[in-house]
Design a protein around this ligand. Structure first.
Ligand code: DON
Length: 309
């Protein structure tokens, strides 16, 4: 194993795609959102973006997919940039050790979610971003369009409606936190914002590019600073410890990078100061992370030596 120069990323991606192609078990697509259940688990795409915007890719890396919980990273960045440390009075920074949609800790912990990447925490962040901007989902969409350079990015109204129709757990989380005074907006307004946020479609190339501000320590694609150095460090650290829910320990052990998954089968990952990655394959393991996605990121850091450790 040796640390590779950037020009060698493309052959590594092709080697990983060939290995994944030979892997029989790819998990099962999320079935609790009917609009996602129809995805083919053998689909696979992967992209690497460098800090200057150069992107390498393989497989279905230009194909848009449902980003789902990956968007939680971007709403966190947009809210933290606006309100700073006050946010941490309303959401914690500890791994939950529980599934992403779990309710059990909230009562013991007085309506303060463990971290911004479980659903309860993301609802708090979206609520606060919505209070500050009047359109949390719109802010997210503009940001992702600008950072990816893709003005065609859009919400998927069918997925948002499908999720709203099966959204009892998220509604329960929001109402429960409202009872503790930790939600400001009306619950139907908040849920509409959250479901639209989750429904956003983007490709591996779009997401790898849109994540580069975290590898640039908070600097956006246009050179302007979104986050302080500390805030960028904080978000990367929370991705490492909480980005894959109750599998975060195993993900850190195997991949060694800050990462964030979504039930659409996508995962983003950050190599601070160097590059970002996005992988997509819709088959999930029992904890909601892409089987081939985690395997591909594991192979990438193993083959290249590119990691934070
Ligand atoms: O809140 C939900 O159930 C989904 N829209 C997002 C969940 C998700 O992606 C969790 N990630 N693995």
């Amino acid at each position: 194993m040796m640390t590779l120069m950037s020009s060698q990323f493309q052959p590594v991606l092709e080697r990983i795609a060939a290995e994944i192609e030979r892997t029989p078990d790819r998990g099962r697509p999320a079935d609790y959102i009917p609009a996602l259940a129809a995805c083919d688990p053998r689909t696979f795409g992967m992209a690497v973006a460098e800090l200057d915007g150069t992107v390498y890719g393989v497989g279905d890396w230009r194909e848009p997919f449902s980003t789902q919980s990956i968007t939680k990273v971007f709403t966190l960045a947009l809210d933290l940039a606006r309100e700073g440390d006050e946010l941490w009075e309303h959401v914690g920074r500890e791994p939950s050790g529980n599934p992403f949609n779990s309710l059990v800790q909230l009562e013991y912990e007085n309506g303060i979610p463990r971290n911004p990447f479980i659903n309860a925490g993301a609802l708090v962040v979206t609520d606060r971003l919505h209070s500050r901007t009047g359109d949390a989902a719109g802010e997210l969409l503009s940001f992702l369009r600008e950072e990816s350079g893709n003005p065609a990015l859009a919400f998927d109204e069918e997925v948002a409606a499908s999720e709203a129709a099966h959204g009892d757990r998220n509604a329960a989380l929001a109402h429960f936190m409202a009872a503790y005074g930790n939600i400001d907006n009306d619950i139907p307004v908040l849920l509409d914002q959250y479901f639209r946020q989750c429904s956003l479609r983007a490709s591996c190339a779009d997401l790898a590019l849109a994540t580069t501000f975290l590898a640039r320590h908070g600097i956006r694609a246009d050179g302007n600073r979104l986050l302080t150095l500390s805030q960028a460090k904080q978000i990367n650290a929370i991705m490492l410890t909480c980005g894959t829910y109750d599998a975060a320990g195993d993900f850190a052990y195997r991949v060694g990078l800050p990462g964030k998954s979504g039930v659409g089968g996508g995962i983003i990952a950050v190599v601070p100061g160097r590059c970002t990655l996005c992988v997509w394959s819709p088959g999930l393991d029992e904890r909601g992370n892409s089987v081939a996605g985690v395997a591909a990121l594991d192979r990438f850091t193993t083959l290249t030596g590119v990691s934070v450790f």
